[in-house]
Write a protein that binds this ligand. Structure first.
Ligand code: 5GP
Length: 215
């Protein structure tokens, strides 16, 4: 059985990553699985534990990161977010592609641990669109919006680290999803020449000092 590909999708808050990924999951049938991250942030109205995220305490997050259970993790606007490693490995081994929707710092960690992962950044045609979308959500405080906008600029500065940039034009998220599908179909397998062994480096060290700072 062919092994799945690890697809990392990043992009500034408000760029519409969620909508693009929803289309991707629809058109991809059962070939794609979405990796549900762990986070210490509070659930937004309508979010369910285990569906959008696993909502955990900072203490639980810290323990899991220390045990090496996270493929990557990062602090974002005052909270931790991380990708549970085992679930990703299991899905890839079953032959399905795994989508990680994560911020840029985590994406760069994946790049170093899984060199053949496909790194895709979703951008907007114009920064004003990002701000408008972020405000339109109505679920973030002004302080949170300002921090997310600052982080959005920093994230876009790192686009050169990504293999692909896909622009999500207004009302064209299906086209963005189709573009990503093309990248996945044409891209290199995560397993490259390793004959079925997922290339996650086993010897990475979690930057625990940094983690503890936020506890
Ligand atoms: P939000 O709070 O809006 O759901 O997510 C904030 C940011 O965290 C987004 O950029 C999202 O992509 C990112 N994020 C979600 N899950 C993870 C994860 O597991 N790891 C990392 N590094 N970032 C994540």
């Amino acid at each position: 059985m062919d092994k799945g590909k690890l697809i990392v999708i990043s992009g500034p808050a408000g760029v519409g990553k969620g909508t693009v990924i929803r289309h991707l999951l629809e058109v991809g049938g059962g070939d794609f699985a979405f990796s549900v991250s762990a986070t210490t942030r509070q659930p937004r109205p309508g979010e369910e534990n285990g569906r959008e995220y696993f909502f955990v305490s900072k203490e639980e997050f810290r323990q899991r990161a220390e045990r090496g259970d996270m493929l990557e993790w990062a602090e974002y606007v005052g909270n931790y977010y991380g990708t549970p490693r085992e679930a990703v490995e299991q899905v890839l081994a079953s032959g399905r592609h795994v989508i990680l929707e994560i911020e840029v710092e985590g994406a760069l960690q994946v790049k170093s641990r899984v060199p053949d992962a496909l790194l895709i950044m979703i951008g907007a045609p114009d920064f004003a669109i990002i701000e408008a979308r972020l405000r339109g959500r109505g679920t973030n405080t002004e302080e949170d919006i300002q921090r997310r906008l600052k982080r959005a600029r920093e994230e876009l500065d790192l686009v050169g680290e990504f293999g692909y940039l896909v622009t999500n034009h207004d009302g064209a998220s299906e086209a963005a999803a189709a573009e990503i599908m093309g990248i996945v179909e044409g891209g290199e397998s995560v397993f490259g020449s390793s004959k079925g062994k997922m290339q996650i480096a086993e010897d990475f060290d979690e930057p625990l000092e940094e983690l503890q700072e936020y506890m």
